[in-house]
Design a protein around this ligand. Structure first.
Ligand code: ZN
Length: 158
């Protein structure tokens, strides 16, 4: 799965061709490019994996199932487990989904100071999970024929 803009660049540089057209157009100053749903690479080009990226807000919510890791109610904020004011980083192992009341109560204190515990250590999600964050929960039906079986099953289970 590649972002639409990246796919357009691959098409323009003739590194890929459209297999299945998608909906709509990408507009640039000089041209309109039909948005492809499926492209085929004409030769192998490295598609950078989304792994190792810093966590996006949405990514953290999806990983933590939109639940506050501290109390289990609906999460609407992102909490830094080790507060940024205490040197906590914005990395997968230090960000969790949290509800506003817990985030407020926690403020810039550490879990040890509060006597709170995490139900599980926050981790960077797998590549599969990460890629799922970027688009719809279910893959575009036009991709079905091209995706490994496992992806459909994952998508259906969500
Ligand atoms: Zn909470």
């Amino acid at each position: 799965m590649v972002p639409v803009k990246r796919a357009a660049v691959l098409l323009l540089t003739r590194k890929a061709e459209t297999v299945t057209p998608g909906d709509g157009f990408l507009h640039s100053e000089t041209m309109n490019i039909p948005i492809p749903a499926v492209v085929r690479l004409n030769r192998y080009v490295a598609i950078p994996r989304q792994v190792g990226t810093s966590p996006s807000r949405r990514g953290v919510f999806v990983r933590d199932d939109w639940r506050c890791v501290y109390c289990g109610s609906a999460a609407e904020t992102i909490d830094h487990v080790v507060p940024r004011s205490k040197g906590g980083t914005h990395t997968w192992d230090n960000v969790v989904a949290a509800c506003a009341p817990c985030n407020h109560r926690k403020s810039d204190r550490t879990l040890a100071e509060l006597g709170w515990r995490l139900p599980r250590a926050p981790r960077q999600p797998s590549g599969w999970q990460l890629r799922g964050f970027r688009g719809q929960r279910r893959p575009d039906p036009a991709w079905e024929a091209w995706l490994p079986r496992r992806h459909h099953e994952l998508a259906r289970r969500r």
